[in-house]
Structures are given as structure tokens and as C-alpha cells.
Design a protein around this ligand. Structure first.
Ligand SMILES: [Zn+2]
Length: 891
């Protein structure tokens, strides 16, 4: 699954608003012990397991219901008088077991979402077939079988899709809905003859029926987990091509063919690469990428085997409105879900404890393949920002180990977070870099080969890596996956002698708040170098000094290449030396030094002046676009904290002086032959300078908007969203209404969603309030309404929070169940006002179950941290600004 990772903030900047933890209990900070965790698991009894499902579904899209019949071939392993399986929101009208004359008694347990079939006597071990006739619901948010409505050429249209991860297949078919209960599936559907039906496998047969209906039977799937089953139905079109003998297709709503071409090209590149990398070719005859209109507050795409679902904006590229960032995002999302076709679908975690095996791996693999085909996008460099994001969460209260004990499926929903995805990916990169690319790939191939169609735990992967290896990784891997937190490597001393440097480092713990400061020991693979000389490696562990001998003398670089997951803390002299030669560092190391220095300065572990001196260098440094973008993000982060403070004016003037020279170099319009990432940077700088009230940028954006209103093609797609973002942020009532008219008239779903989001971006409080009212007016599409509230929360967290709480009955109906515990904490999750904590608690007491509060805990930890930075660090920034003559707003 791809969480809703890249939320476009109203200003157009990509803001990581990662799916946060939902149903996770608080006691997860301790290392997982799979042995004891198993005792608490709520799982189905093991006496009976499924082998094969024959499912027959007739949806009634209009009535939002469906009828189903299923025959389940199953094995009774031990005599039992009952069969227990999962079912939720399903009514079973009849049940029969082959060979049994009397039908079983049916009972339900709604709490654990099971149905029990009780027999008058014990069933002997052996093979049976259970036949059920049942009815179910079609939902209007993305869980189970769900409907998405949209405007089509012929009026309102409705399409159906399914979303089962982590545990909603039970809303579609009574089933053993746990990842370890693999079986084969054969789906048949009775549907309108003029609509296209899609599932995991190709269509085996179609029969015309009376009344404009047809019966479509899909080929049988390989053995797989229930959460990977898919069914889609609608007025679709499909573009496709043969790739390595696999029929690869993109399925879109009628009229969207052209927008699917980019994703089809991406998939056609990626499939042969994965076939080679994994050493096991994609095992299904076809692979569809299916786009659906709308959005979810929980996820962007889902890796159903052979039938990957994406929301439109995660798959479609519309040349009129899609930015360079959108293109990279689509490519990466396609790569992520395709990686799951192996990691997750072919080999699946036995239980949700090991969800990271799916998600951390796919999040790493997406970068590896994208870097292979698009090295110019520098996705590894960009991923350093994601690592930074994961580290900030991992250093605060509410974090958890990558491998986390999960007791039940509700708690599993909470595991889809930045620790599982981003720290997971960073841990894999740390290990690959330590082991070497070839040895790591060989281990992955053995793992795929040995466990195909099966289930695993994480140690199965490490065992394959260590088999025959001279450099075992299991212990290091355990340190990074079984305990929470961010290791810190400190430069203890460095001595130059005879043309070589002896660097001594120690390992500590980078932590932001008291909840997370306990001493922790990791075995950390450290790569270090003297600037310009080859690197050397060592493993540092605990306070024991680890000496590393480096060729050459001069400024030192810790974590050279930045491939490992740890914070680097330089000595004062070391930091001064590396800052003085900052321009000579590689972009990766520039970004690493920037993020480490900024993060340490924000918690008082490095002088704020060191960070500001470093940032000042961007006035004259022609750095990589990604690095400049990161500097802009840091400045925007500080600017947010200045909300309401009189010294904000001086800070903004200085921030503009840092970024303006870079913007002057690249200008407003694309230059011939410029890199794709220059376009990304241009958008970021327009966003940032617009946020800092740069008069020239705001005036030019407004001028371009006037031209755009008269002639929409006057703005090119690459800067369109940023220009509109600056205008929306600075909007007056007339401009806001002009954007509103554009939103109502939008030709495509992508454009409509973008413009409605922008209506929530105004600084003006009265306009923000209008946007909130608009969200619930019934005018915007149902799944867009929560997005507008979220857009308002960026500049007006308290207002968005109060509104959502006051209208919770209405708002909660617009959210799928998996998002309900998360939505409100996220609205204030980047705020710095301590008063919000009490209000959050009051809301939680009535609306968030105690076991679903992990996201709340994280949001509150963030608010405390940001409030502390605001009160303790901003005065240091002000002091530095005065000392450097930057306090004059005219500077
Ligand atoms: Zn995923």
C-alpha cells in the first residue's frame, strides 16, 4: 500500500503528511518479542484452513448492496464441531457443508468480526466444501467493495472498486482474512453488459444474460492472501502492451486514456528490471494499473496482485495540470506497488508484526529502480528528506520499533506509518550499503525463490542474507528493527599524523523529548572520510570509542554518502571545518550536514549560530536543486514557528535574502535544456518566497493569475500550481471567488481536486472560514471535503480543529474507518500552541478509543517539541539575526 504520502500543501510544496498511526496501543516502545507477542494475538482458530474460494458476486451499484455466493474448499486438520471465519457487515442467508445433512447454526461476533458455523457433532479431519449465500454493503469510502461517483460526459457516473488491506476482504466475502491463510480464488461477477469488470486475473469467459447483463468469470489466482483480492467495475477504457510476455495495462475512466500513458510507460520499464532483480519473473499473465477518481485520507495506492488500484492523482498525468513533482510521484508510486508484486504478494509476512517487510522494502525498491531509469531525478538525494522526516518522529514520544507486536487487525491499521515505510526503507539501505549491492541482491533472490507463495517472518530474510556470507547482518539488523530510536554518532576526537587521520567516534542516542532519551545501544555501520579522500568503514557500538583510520588530513565527513540511518554530531572544530568547505561536499553530504546541524540546533545540541551560518552560505552557493529545496524547507519550518511574533518580519527578510539569489538564477520560466529537478526547485522557491511575502514574487504570481483567468493555457503546468498557491494564500474575497468559479468549472477530477484544495489555503481568516463551510456544503466531491479541511489546517490549525470537532458527525461520515482516529490529531500535528493539547485530549476522550491513540500521542509530542523550539530557539535565531545585521527588515 502507498500511504497518502505526498500531500500537496496549498502552496504547492510537497509536504510529507504521512499516514500516522491509528489503532496502536501505547505500550509499543519496547523491543518486540515475537514469542510473547503471539500470546495476545486475536486470530482465527487453526483447526480449519481454506484451500480454494469460488466467489460469485452480483453488485447493485445503485442500491449500494451486493449479493454473494461462495463455495470454500477447506481442510479440517483436527476434529472440531465449528468453523470460524471472518465476516463483517455481511448477512449470511444460508450455509451448508458438503456431506452434512443438517445445516450448521450461524452466529456472529461483531467485535472480532467473525462468523461461526456450529455443527451438532465434530467434523473429522479431511477435505470439505462450505457453501454460503450472503448479502453485503457497498461503501462510499475506500474499504471493502466501495463506490466512487464522478462527473462524466453523460452526467453522473458511479464506478466500483475494492480495498481490502489490511482486513476488509471480510466485508466482501466470508473468509479467513489473515495474511497467513493463503488460498486460491476464482471470482465470477454478474454485471451490466456495457461496463468493464477487472480483477486480479484475466477474464476466462463472458456470457451474455438477459436484461443487458453479463456474467464474467475470471481465471483462478495463484495461492495468495485474502487482502490482495480485487474487483473493479465501471465505464472504463484500457490501454496495454506486452512486456516480457505479460499483458501490462492501465485501466481508466472513459476519456482518461491519454492521462494513463505515462504510467504505462513507467510500468513497461520497471517490469523487466524487477524480473531480473528478484530472479523470479512476475508470475501472473497480466498486470493492470487501475485508476479511480477521488481520494482517501489513508492511502494513495494498493498492490492487489495483478490489479493494482491507484487514486487518479497517483497514476494519471494530465499535461495541462501535472507538475514535474507529480510525474516523479506517479513513477515512484508505480514502482512501489510493482515491487509489492514480489515483496508482499508472492512472499507475504505471516502476520502484521512484520508489515515493514512489505512496506519498508517497497519504499526502498521504488528508489532503487527509479534511480536506475531516471538518475537525473536524484531520488536517493531526495529520499534524505524522507529519512529526516522519519528521524524526527523516531526521536520523539510515540515512536515504535520497525517490527512491532500487533495483536489484532485494528491495531494493524496503525502500523502504516512513517516508521514502517521510511525508517524501514532507510534501515534496508543501511544494510545494503554495509553488505554490498550484489550480496544483498543475491540474498533477496534466495528469499524469493525459497518462500514463493508462502509466508515469512523478518528473520527468514536475514537468514537468506547471512547464508554463506562473510559479513553477517542479522545482529545489526536486529538493532535497527527491534528497538525504536535514532542512533547518534559523535566525533570524539580526530588526529592527523603522517598523512592519515585517526578518527574516534562513539555511539549515543539522538532524542528530542524526555520520553525517548533512554540510553540505547546499536551496532552502527559508520562510513567516514576526509573530504576528497576515499572513505573507510567501522562498526560503532555504545560509549566504547571506535577508531577509524582515514586516508588524508582535512575536514571530516561522517556518514559519507549518507547511506546509513543515524545522526552525525561533529566536534565544534569539525563542524567549523566542514562548513568552511561546504561547497566542496557532495550534494548527499551537504544535505546530511544541513539536516544534522539543523536538527541538533533545534534541540540545543549544536549552536543555532552554526546552523544559521551554514544556511547563509546558500546566498552564494550554486548547490544541487534538491539541496536548495531542503534549505528552503528548513526556512519555511522556522517561519511557521514565528506565527504571531513581531520578529517574523526580520526573519522573513533574511530568509528571502538567502533564497532570492537561487531564484534569480533559475527565473520564472523553464530554460531550454534545464534539468527536471530545476523545475522542482522553481516550484519550491516560488512557494517559499510567496510564504515569506516576497513582494516581487507575490506581484508576479498575481499578474500571471490574471492572465490565467483570461486564458488558462497561459500558465505552464510546471509552475501553475505554485502560482495558484501564492495567489490562493494571499487571496482577497474577489480572488477567492474567482478560484471558486474555476473549481466548479474544472474539466477533470485532478484539476477539480487541486482547485478545491487551494480554496483552503487563504491566510485571511474569514476566507478560511468560508472554505470550511464550503467543505461540508455538499458542493465539492465527498472525498474532497476532508482535504479542504486539511488544507485550512496548514495555516489555521486551531480553526480547522474546532470546525472538525464541531461538525464531527458530518466529517466522520466522509472518512473511511481507518482514517477516523487519525484525522483530527493530524489537523494540529504541526502546530506549536500548547493549548491545543488539552483540546485534543477532550476530543479524544469522547471520540478516539484508548487503543487507537498512537497518532494522538505523536501529535501531542510534536506540539510540545515545536512549542519548545519556538520559546527556546527562536530567541537564538533573533540574536543571530541582530548580530549579523539582518534584523533590519530592509536587509
Ligand atoms: Zn506499500
Amino acid at each position: 500500500m502507498m500511504p497518502k504520502a505526498m500531500f500537496r500543501s496549498a502552496g504547492g510544496a510537497a509536504v510529507l503528511a504521512f499516514v500516522a498511526v491509528v489503532f496502536q496501543g501505547p505500550a509499543l516502545a519496547k523491543a518486540a518479542d515475537p514469542g510473547t507477542a503471539a500470546h495476545h494475538r486475536v486470530v482465527l482458530p487453526a483447526e480449519v484452513t481454506p484451500d480454494h474460494y469460488r466467489i460469485d458476486i452480483t453488485p447493485d451499484a445503485k442500491a449500494l448492496t451486493f449479493k454473494g455466493d461462495v463455495e470454500i474448499d477447506l481442510t479440517v486438520h483436527q476434529a472440531t464441531d465449528r468453523i470460524v471465519l471472518n465476516a463483517a457487515d455481511i448477512v449470511i442467508d444460508s450455509a451448508a457443508l458438503g456431506g452434512e445433512a443438517t445445516p450448521p447454526a450461524i452466529s456472529y461476533n461483531e467485535k472480532v468480526q467473525t462468523a461461526t458455523f456450529a455443527f451438532a457433532h465434530a467434523l473429522k479431519p479431511g477435505s470439505y466444501t462450505l457453501s454460503l449465500a450472503y448479502r453485503g454493503k457497498i461503501y462510499q469510502q475506500a474499504s471493502g467493495l466501495f463506490a466512487l461517483d464522478y462527473g462524466a460526459a453523460a452526467g453522473k457516473a458511479r464506478a466500483l472498486y475494492t480495498q481490502f488491506e489490511n482486513s476488509d476482504a471480510r466485508r466482501f466475502v466470508p473468509s479467513w482474512d489473515e495474511p497467513g491463510r493463503k488460498a486460491t480464488f476464482q471470482l465470477t461477477v454478474t454485471v451490466p453488459a456495457d461496463e468493464m469488470a477487472v480483477s486480479n486475473m484475466p477474464i476466462a469467459s463472458t456470457d451474455a444474460l438477459a436484461g443487458g447483463m453479463k456474467r464474467v468469470r475470471f481465471a483462478e489466482t495463484p495461492k495468495m492472501s485474502s487482502y490482495l483480492l480485487f474487483f473493479g467495475l465501471g465505464d472504463f477504457e484500457r490501454i496495454h502492451r506486452d512486456v516480457d510476455g505479460v499483458d501490462v495495462g492501465v485501466v481508466v475512466k472513459r476519456g482518461d486514456r491519454a492521462s494513463g500513458a505515462f504510467a504505462l510507460d513507467a510500468a513497461a520499464h520497471i517490469l523487466p528490471y524487477y524480473n531480473a532483480y528478484f530472479g523470479t519473473p512476475f508470475p501472473l499473465p497480466k498486470l493492470d494499473l487501475i485508476a479511480g477518481p477521488g481520494s482517501s485520507q489513508f492511502f494513495g495506492a494498493m498492490e492487489n496482485w495483478g490489479a493494482i488500484f491507484y487514486f487518479d492523482r497517483d497514476l494519471l498525468i494530465d499535461p495541462r495540470v501535472s507538475t514535474q513533482g507529480d510525474k516523479q510521484g506517479v513513477y515512484i508510486t508505480v514502482a512501489h506497488e510493482m515491487a509489492h508484486q514480489w515483496f508482499g504478494d508472492l512472499v507475504t509476512m505471516a502476520w502484521w508484526d512484520d508489515l515493514w517487510l512489505n512496506e519498508g522494502f517497497a519504499s526502498w525498491m521504488q528508489l532503487k529502480v527509479t534511480d536506475h531509469f531516471h538518475p537525473e531525478w536524484k531520488v536517493w538525494l531526495q529520499a534524505l528528506q524522507e529519512k529526516q522526516f522519519a528521524m524526527q518522529t523516531d526521536a520523539r514520544g510515540g515512536t515504535h520499533p520497525i517490527i512491532t507486536p500487533i495483536d489484532d487487525v485494528l491495531q494493524a491499521a496503525g502500523a502504516f506509518d512513517e516508521i514502517t515505510y521510511l525508517k524501514g526503507a532507510a534501515a534496508i539501505r543501511t544494510l545494503e550499503s554495509y553488505l554490498g549491492e550484489d550480496a544483498f541482491r543475491a540474498g533477496v533472490r534466495r528469499y524469493m525463490h525459497d518462500h514463493a507463495y508462502g509466508n515469512t517472518v523478518t528473520d527468514d530474510l536475514w537468514a537468506e542474507m547471512d547464508r554463506g556470507s562473510t559479513r553477517p547482518i542479522t545482529q545489526i539488523a536486529h538493532d535497527f528493527t527491534l528497538q525504536a530510536g535514532v542512533p547518534m554518532i559523535t566525533e570524539a576526537s580526530a588526529r592527523c599524523e603522517g598523512g592519515a587521520t585517526t578518527l574516534v567516534v562513539t555511539q549515543g542516542h539522538y532524542a528530542i523529548d524526555p520520553d525517548s532519551t533512554a540510553a540505547r545501544v546499536w551496532r552502527v555501520p559508520v562510513t567516514a572520510a576526509v573530504l576528497g579522500s576515499p572513505p573507510a568503514k567501522a562498526v560503532a557500538s555504545g560509549e566504547r570509542p571506535a577508531p577509524i583510520t582515514l586516508a588524508g588530513c582535512g575536514p571530516l565527513v561522517l556518514n559519507a554518502g549518507q547511506t546509513a540511518y543515524f545522526r552525525s554530531r561533529y566536534s565544534a572544530d569539525g563542524l567549523a571545518a566542514i562548513t568552511a568547505r561546504y561547497g566542496a561536499l557532495t550534494p548527499d553530504d551537504q544535505l546530511g550536514v544541513l539536516n544534522d546541524t539543523g536538527s541538533l540546533a533545534r534541540v540545543g545540541e549544536a549552536p543555532m549560530s552554526a546552523f544559521l551560518d551554514l544556511t547563509s552560505r546558500f546566498k552564494t552557493l550554486a548547490a544541487d536543486p534538491v539541496v536548495i529545496q531542503a534549505a528552503a524547507n528548513w526556512l519555511s519550518g522556522f517561519d511557521d514557528l514565528y506565527e504571531g511574533l513581531p520578529t517574523r518580519t526580520a526573519f522573513r527578510a533574511w530568509a528571502r535574502s538567502v533564497l532570492s539569489p537561487s531564484f534569480a538564477r533559475i527565473g520564472w520560466d523553464k530554460a531550454p535544456g534545464e534539468s527536471d529537478n530545476t523545475a522542482l526547485l522553481r516550484a519550491s522557491l516560488i512557494d517559499a518566497l510567496g510564504n515569506f511575502d516576497d513582494p516581487a514574487v507575490v506581484a508576479e504570481a498575481k499578474r500571471r493569475f490574471v492572465g490565467f483567468a483570461a486564458n488558462p493555457s497561459s500558465l505552464d503546468a510546471a509552475t501553475r500550481r505554485s502560482v495558484l498557491g501564492v495567489v490562493a494564500r494571499h487571496a482577497d474575497a474577489l480572488t477567492w471567488e474567482a478560484l471558486h468559479v474555476l473549481a466548479k468549472a474544472a474539466k477533470t477530477g485532478l484539476e477539480r481536486q487541486e482547485l478545491y484544495d487551494l480554496l483552503g489555503a487563504a491566510e485571511d481568516k474569514a476566507l478560511a472560514a468560508r472554505a470550511l463551510d464550503l467543505a461540508l456544503s455538499g458542493e465539492p466531491p465527498a472525498t474532497t471535503a476532508p482535504e479542504i479541511i486539511r488544507a485550512v489546517s496548514f495555516l489555521h490549525p486551531a480553526m480547522a480543529f474546532d470546525f472538525a470537532v464541531a461538525h464531527w458527525d458530518q466529517v466522520s461520515r466522509l472518512l473511511e474507518p481507518t482514517s477516523q482516529a487519525r484525522f483530527v490529531p493530524e489537523l494540529v500535528g504541526q502546530a506549536s500552541d500548547l493549548a491545543l493539547i488539552g483540546r485534543l485530549d477532550a476530543f479524544a476522550a469522547g471520540h478516539i478509543p484508548p487503543t487507537a491513540r498512537q497518532d494522538l500521542i505523536k501529535a501531542e509530542a510534536t506540539i510540545r517539541y515545536l512549542a519548545k523550539v519556538r520559546s527556546e530557539r527562536l530567541p537564538q535565531v533573533d540574536q543571530w539575526l541582530r548580530a549579523n545585521g539582518a534584523a533590519d527588515p530592509g536587509a
